[in-house]
Design a protein around this ligand. Structure first.
Ligand code: IPE
Ligand code: IPE
Ligand code: MG
Length: 252
């Protein structure tokens, strides 16, 4: 018997090129089961593997995941240490498979505050996968949207950029996400309706999908539901819809 996750799903139209996910709710998932918060983070990490596979299956080109924010340093020290340890374990265990599957790893955020071993493991993962193009997986770790903009302004000033040369495109090129298209769809699990300092510049015209499902339970079928919802949206970017434009042209 094929498992539920093997069942074929109808072809999707208009698959977003770039999905970004705020993977929230690991703590609540663990609490409901009488487990530790770290057990929730481990379960969330296992789920990520499934979602990466589903993104490849559905034809998503870029997946950005919010895994550790600049504000998450404010959590108890053992949770922060545990999260750093989980990242290191994931790199040790999964890097070869991800590389073989054609996943390119990118990091957004600051590496300076990480311990030197973890930092060099992240740098190594980015380096060895840089020629892969099946899925670009961008890991937001020690990432904050405001911190990213502060870094960009500092670097522009260091480079002596003239005020009249500052444009949307130039600012984008100074962000951690330089070269990555803006997210088409942002998914937040666990029902919270906020941005929590994630991609505040890049999300200017992203579509949102918020679900009460806690991250460890967010599966391939629900990702498919999110993508189906996206495929029915009309993105106007401040302009009029195609049908409204047609009516106006016909009236002229
Ligand atoms: C998201 O889950 C993972 C991280 C922020 C690292 P949480 O740990 O925020 O889970 P809740 O929100 O407490 O349920
Ligand atoms: C956002 O979740 C950060 C990550 C998922 C890494 P949080 O749980 O930290 O956000 P708040 O505190 O609910 O805004
Ligand atoms: Mg949370």
């Amino acid at each position: 018997m094929p498992s539920k996750t093997d069942l074929p799903l109808p072809q999707l139209d208009n698959v977003p090129r770039h999905i970004a996910i705020i993977m929230d709710g690991n703590g609540r998932w663990a609490k409901k089961r009488g487990l530790t918060r770290l057990a929730g983070h481990r379960s969330g990490t296992e789920n990520l593997r499934r979602i990466i596979r589903a993104c490849v299956e559905f034809g998503v080109q870029y997946l950005t995941i919010y895994a550790f924010s600049t504000e998450n340093w404010g959590r108890p020290a053992d949770e922060v240490e545990g999260l750093m340890h989980i990242l290191e374990e994931v790199i040790d265990k999964e890097l070869n498979d991800l590389h073989e599957e054609g996943v390119q790893l990118r990091h957004i955020g600051r590496l300076e505050q990480l311990n030197p071993t973890l930092r060099s493991k992240v740098e190594h993962s980015v380096e060895i996968t840089k020629e892969n193009h099946r899925l670009i997986l961008c890991i937001a770790w020690n990432y904050g949207g405001r911190d990213e903009i502060v870094c960009a302004i500092r670097n522009m000033m260091k480079d002596g950029v003239k005020p009249e040369d500052v444009t949307d495109e130039l600012v984008s090129s100074y962000l951690f996400t330089a070269g990555i298209p803006d997210p088409d769809l942002i998914i937040r699990t666990s029902g919270e309706m906020r941005i929590s300092n994630f991609l505040i510049w890049q999300a200017s015209y992203s579509e949102w999908y918020v679900t009460p499902t806690l991250w460890p339970d967010f599966d391939r079928e629900e990702l498919y539901t999110a993508l189906s919802s996206f495929s029915q949206r009309e993105r106007r970017f401040g302009k009029l819809s195609d049908s409204e434009n047609e009516l106006i042209q016909n009236a002229d």
